[in-house]
Design a protein around this ligand. Structure first.
Ligand code: SF4
Length: 141
């Protein structure tokens, strides 16, 4: 395994990007980080700037107002950058499909590595999504 991937599997820095969600998915992300679910035990740390992040946690169906912002965020994250689409809106727009102001699910705007469906997904599902990414990095070597 390369040194870079080995470090990433032990300390992923995540940035939370909310693209017009209803906020339930965001609350579940925060739940996953609380001591009860303790996502940090896997070395996952929430950071306040995309420039410090390895992973983008994206929630919500991307609307016309935020589409350029999510593109900009993705450009700002150091590469390799991984993207988790959290919730049904981010994965497939569910309720907002064909709405007049949405630009499509997240994977139409930026590449997505892991999908975490659910409305909202439980903290366990979010943790499972992160572990899927870590597992992929481990296999990549
Ligand atoms: S998936 Fe459900 S909970 Fe999450 S932002 Fe969309 S409507 Fe809200």
């Amino acid at each position: 395994m390369s040194f870079k991937n080995r470090v990433l599997t032990k300390s992923l820095f995540v940035f939370h990007a909310a693209c017009s969600p209803c906020n339930n998915c965001d609350i579940e992300i925060l739940d996953a980080l609380t001591p009860r679910f303790d996502l940090e035990r896997f070395g996952v740390q929430l950071v306040g700037s995309p420039r410090h992040a390895d992973v983008l946690l994206v929630t919500g169906a991307v609307n016309k107002k935020v589409v350029h912002r999510i593109k900009k965020l993705y450009e700002q994250v150091a590469k390799p950058c991984f993207v988790l689409a959290i919730g049904g809106c981010a994965c497939s727009e569910i309720l907002f499909k064909d709405s007049y102001n949405t630009c499509g699910p997240v994977d139409k705007i930026i590449p997505v590595d892991v999908y975490v469906p659910g409305c909202p997904p439980k903290p366990e599902a979010i943790i499972s999504g992160i572990l899927k990414l870590i597992d992929r990095l481990n296999k990549k070597g």
